[in-house]
Design a protein around this ligand. Structure first.
Ligand code: PAF
Length: 310
């Protein structure tokens, strides 16, 4: 008789006795929810490859759905994780208030055809409390977002490394929206020989241009209106790419400055891999990145562009 796990899901090899079916979930059904490393290992063992992974902190929206669709396009099986990682939240950040919506998340992941969802507790991920040994993001982790969130990217990379070890995917997908996270994960995978393909998925946007983010839910009506200033600033900046770095920076900063409710943290035009500010004479690829606080909500956005000064 199959033994359901704590949430009533039936683990694949138990459901099938000695004859595991290729995928643990029927197409279009709810994904198999696993809570522990042991359950994950058993589910992972019978997933047909190649396997793609999508790591999330839950509170899922259309942006995550598009990430999962991109994952499905690259693999036979998809594992998603839902884990609000305490290690990447600083003192005074929104760890306790961070939205937790597992039921709705499972609906969305099921609809998008995810096979297995790993939603562990903090105790399961960090059984001995905060880890003694962590991954250091180094200097790349101290610029842009890292400048105002010290330690944030060490926490991100540490959990991403653990989730990669636990889920063992062939390919892992990250959204371009968190450009610095993407750069750092790529660096970690290359520098530490982690042997997984890292694929970027384009930023998913609302119709008015706002980049989709779980934190958008914190915006009130006024803030929601003001938040479109970020994507507008990026568009204005990108439109000046032919005029060089200084023109791009000026156009983006001016546009963002027009929105009184947006308190600007940075408008940066950086090398897309080194994340250092590019010189005014720079030609070639660059990343225009902005961060601003709207009310109590910190928003970030970015756009890759090609600088072609005359
Ligand atoms: O981008 C996120 O949601 C998180 O930083 C991640 C990658 C799931 C790690 O906790």
């Amino acid at each position: 008789m199959p033994i359901p796990d704590a949430d009533g899901a039936v683990l694949p090899h138990e459901a099938e006795g000695d004859h595991p079916r290729p995928s643990p979930v029927p197409a279009g059904g709810r994904p198999l929810l696993v809570r522990t490393r042991a359950e994950l290992a058993r589910a992972r063992a019978v997933l047909p490859g190649p396997v793609a992974a999508v790591f999330t902190m839950g509170a899922l929206h259309e942006g995550h759905a598009s990430l999962v669709r991109a994952a499905r396009g690259r693999a036979r099986s998809v594992v998603a994780t839902v884990f609000v990682n305490p290690l990447q939240f600083g003192a005074g950040e929104d760890l306790d208030a961070y939205p937790r919506t597992l039921d709705a998340d499972l609906e969305l992941l099921g609809r998008e055809g995810v096979d297995v969802v790993f939603a562990p507790s903090a105790q399961e991920v960090y059984p001995d409390g905060p880890p003694q040994v962590v991954v250091s993001a180094g200097p790349l982790g101290r610029v842009l977002e890292g400048a105002s969130r010290p330690g944030h990217f060490d926490g991100v990379l540490t959990v991403v490394a653990k989730l990669l070890h636990l889920t063992r995917p062939d390919v892992v997908l990250f959204g371009q929206k968190d450009a610095q996270q993407l750069v750092l994960v790529r660096r970690m995978v290359a520098d530490l020989d982690m042997g997984v393909d890292v694929v970027a998925a384009p930023t998913s946007r609302e119709e008015d241009g706002l980049a989709r983010s779980s934190r958008n839910a914190y915006l009130d009506e006024d803030g929601r209106r003001a938040s479109t200033a970020l994507s507008r600033a990026l568009r204005r900046g990108r439109d000046r790419a032919a005029d060089g770095a200084a023109a791009v920076r000026r156009a983006a900063a001016e546009e963002l400055g027009r929105e009184p409710r947006a308190v600007v943290d940075y408008v940066a035009l950086v090398h897309p891999l080194e994340l250092t500010e590019v010189g005014d004479d720079h030609r070639g690829p660059a990343l225009l990145a902005v961060a601003a606080r709207v009310g109590t909500t910190r928003l970030i956005d970015n756009v890759p562009l090609e600088l072609r000064p005359a």
